[in-house]
Design a protein around this ligand. Structure first.
Ligand SMILES: Cc1ncc(COP(=O)(O)O)c(C=O)c1O
Length: 449
């Protein structure tokens, strides 16, 4: 519902950042850790639907959604109402020490989204990295093994355990010293850059062979490996989907050796790809699934969902003060109402709509190398030369910054890709507007070739 003071489309009234936005940026510089990376000077004042308004009254179409978090859009009335109602009733009690009905209620709904062949149980946390940390601990506890296998390009978080898995950008690891031992990384199937020329459906067979014939024979005995952790679509790595067969092969190897298969759905989950979980496209049955971001519509909540046979640890072995906070759960319950009540279907529909209009970008624009993804998780890879596929992070940045100045928010992903991850509520008019702005920004960036 748009009120009289609201809009569905961007409106930029001045050169950016405006005077009030500038004030906030200066204020921030004085007090906030410089480790945060802001790609362009957006200052958010309020949000509604797919719109962010800055303090100077400029409105932006948000195709970043707070890093794929605001799945239901900004401040969806159903979510806001649920948060307000719960905040007036019970804000916190510490589920690690006491019972409250909210945790099993949300857990039951999450378990209902899992494969029916197994019963699953849930542990709630506050952030994606916490879900990863908990999953590492659970996999080690359940298997009594400690080795972990992850993928180049993956991002699983920035705390020391999850950072040991993360292999996205070396600035994320530099100077942080020795991380967890016993972690091995292997390549992720990346069809656009596949040395063997495989397609998006077939890329990765040689990685499976590497895993079975080299890693599990020469480095780690399979009976020492606790888990393989994988993003079904690499998020920070460039919005790169793993082919279905690849995930199925990982499942086969894990089943064969009693290794836990952990699906990190922190960015790809909760309806964004047109199914509840991106791994649903491959029809597999993971041992542990991680969720955060889109599940809470902006409230800090995460969970790992594990087969009951796996989640057998003793009381006291894992806990948290805030995880499963009733207000965050209220937000997640309302989010699921909306996702299951139509937004997941809209993500599928709008994803197809957008792909239908941008799939041919590589033939229309010299600097677009690849367009890929599923549903509303769409990556656009920018190159200097389509023939050599030379990565062009500078041109990518120009496109993103150009889009910002025209009123569209997107984010970078990987070395040279743009991520398009709008709220799942967008309609055709908003998609058309975003596509038009992207095309103008690409055209402008091309001029500097
Ligand atoms: C796939 C994936 N896992 C884990 C994380 C870490 O989540 P958080 O930033 O909430 O700790 C992220 C964050 O971008 C992510 O994309």
């Amino acid at each position: 519902m748009i009120t009289a003071t609201e809009t569905k489309l961007p409106r930029i009234n001045m050169p950016l950042p405006g005077p009030k936005a500038k004030e906030v940026i200066e204020y921030d510089k004085k007090f906030i850790s410089p480790s945060l990376f802001r790609e362009y000077p957006l200052v958010a004042h309020r949000g509604y639907g797919a719109i962010i308004e800055d303090p100077d009254g400029n409105t932006f179409l948000d195709f970043a959604a707070g890093i794929a978090v605001c799945s239901t859009g900004h401040c969806h009335p159903h979510v806001v109402q649920a948060i307000q109602k719960q905040a007036a009733e019970l804000i916190h009690i510490a589920g690690t020490d006491f019972y409250h009905r909210h945790m099993p209620q949300l857990a039951e709904r999450l378990v209902a989204t899992m494969p029916k062949s197994h019963h699953y149980k849930v542990f709630f946390g506050n952030s994606g990295t916490e879900a990863v940390e908990g999953a590492i601990k659970l996999a080690r506890y359940a298997t009594r093994r400690d080795k972990l296998i992850a993928f180049y390009g993956c991002f699983h978080g920035r705390t020391l355990g999850s950072l040991s898995l993360t292999a996205s950008k070396n600035t994320q690891r530099k100077y942080f010293g020795t991380l967890l031992g016993g972690v091995e990384h292997i390549p992720f199937p990346y069809a656009y850059r596949c040395a063997l020329g495989h397609t998006k459906e077939t890329c990765g067979g040689e990685i499976i062979e590497l895993l079975e014939e080299q890693i599990l024979k020469r480095l780690f005995a399979p009976e020492e490996v606790a888990a393989i952790i994988v993003e079904p679509i690499q998020g920070e790595g460039g919005f790169i989907p793993a082919p279905a067969f690849f995930l199925q092969e990982l499942q086969r190897i894990c089943n064969k050796h009693g290794i836990m298969l952990i699906l990190d759905e922190v960015q790809s989950g909760v309806g964004r790809t047109g199914k509840m979980w991106a791994y649903d496209h491959a029809g597999i049955t993971p041992d542990i699934v991680l969720t955060a971001k889109g599940i809470g519509s902006g409230m800090p909540i995460s969970a790992f969902i594990a087969k009951e046979s796996v989640m057998q640890w003793k009381p006291g072995s894992h806990g948290t003060t805030y995880g499963g906070n009733p207000v965050c759960i209220a937000s997640a319950m309302a989010t699921l109402d909306l996702i299951e009540g139509g937004l997941m279907a809209n993500a599928q529909k709008m994803g197809e709509y957008i792909f239908g209009k941008i799939n041919d970008w590589p033939s229309r624009f010299k600097i677009v190398g690849d367009v890929r993804g599923k549903g509303l998780m769409i990556g656009v890879e920018i190159v200097r030369d389509q023939r050599t596929k030379e990565k062009a992070p500078d041109l990518r940045d120009k496109v993103i910054v150009g889009a910002f100045h025209r009123g569209l928010l997107t984010l970078e992903s990987g070395e040279n890709s743009i991520r398009i991850s709008p709220p799942l509520i967008i309609d055709e008019e908003q998609a058309d507007c975003a596509i038009r702005i992207m095309e103008e920004s690409i055209r402008e960036a091309e001029k500097s070739l």
